[in-house]
Write a protein that binds this ligand. Structure first.
Ligand code: SF4
Ligand code: SF4
Length: 253
């Protein structure tokens, strides 16, 4: 028996006690842009970026902007930079309540903090049921959304659950760039969710179309009609990015 207990002790614990304080090792999170001057006529980072997430403004003091709503966190921009201007830390707190809040520059290094909604806190602060719809996603973000309920993250401890039926949901977790083939199904699911309800856009594809943004096979009118209450960046999203964003939005301590 003592041997079994020793093995169990050596295994440690998977359960993350403090989701607020958890920081994953090796995670490529928030972009850091130094105030180093760009090399003359350089566009190398923009050229390697697969999702057009980098905007360059020539002859501008704040020349480089990274849009986390488009960034797939591939990291390819950092090593090509001759000025060592770009790097990433492991901060998982990447969510924002506005689309513009996801753009970082050297002068504006922080993502806009998630703004707590008093209305959402009152309605859903103790219980939020979400229906997940993959609208043309690759299954990356979908797997991370599934992980929210596993033994590590156990988001259900805060009354936040992914549910099977939109009839039981308070909101929609949207993943994928919204392929045209999924537009009708997405709309039907949304209409089946009773009011009041909210949309959470999860992953670069859902937020901006990601690497599929220019594809003719996607149709994103849904988000024009129903703007998200929360944008959760990543490719795929880290569960802790989702968790910190939703907890901040709902005002969960
Ligand atoms: S890390 Fe983001 S900004 Fe940099 S190349 Fe990849 S997608 Fe583009
Ligand atoms: S950030 Fe680096 S790679 Fe991008 S334009 Fe400036 S010097 Fe070039």
């Amino acid at each position: 028996m003592f041997q079994s207990l020793a093995v169990r002790k050596a295994q440690g614990t998977q359960f993350i006690r403090d989701l607020r304080a958890a920081q994953p090792g090796g995670f490529r999170g928030k972009p850091l842009i130094s105030d180093q001057t760009c090399a003359p006529n350089c566009r190398l980072c923009q050229e390697v970026c697969p999702s057009n997430a980098i905007e360059l403004k020539a002859d501008h003091a704040d020349a480089v902007a990274i849009d986390l709503g488009r960034c797939v966190l591939c990291g390819d921009c950092a090593p090509v930079c001759p000025s060592q201007k770009l790097s990433f830390n492991n901060d998982v707190k990447l969510s924002a309540t506005t689309r513009q809040g996801l753009v970082v520059t050297a002068a504006r290094p922080h993502i806009d903090p998630v703004v707590m909604s008093a209305e959402l806190h009152q309605r859903f602060g103790r219980s939020l049921k979400l229906r997940s719809v993959s609208a043309g996603g690759c299954n990356g973000c979908e797997m991370e959304v599934n992980a929210l309920s596993n033994v590590n993250f156990d988001l259900g401890r805060y009354g936040i659950d992914i549910v099977a039926s939109p009839r039981h949901a308070d909101g929609l977790v949207l993943t994928g760039p919204i392929s045209r083939n999924m537009m009708a199904a997405l709309q039907i699911c949304w209409e089946a969710i009773p009011e009041p309800k909210l949309v959470i856009a999860v992953g670069a594809c859902a937020i901006s179309g990601g690497v599929f943004a220019d594809s003719e096979a996607i149709g994103r009118e849904f988000l024009d009609k129903y703007p998200p209450s929360l944008y959760v960046p990543g490719c795929p999203v880290h569960p802790l990015t989702f968790i910190s964003g939703v907890m901040d939005l709902l005002g969960i301590a």
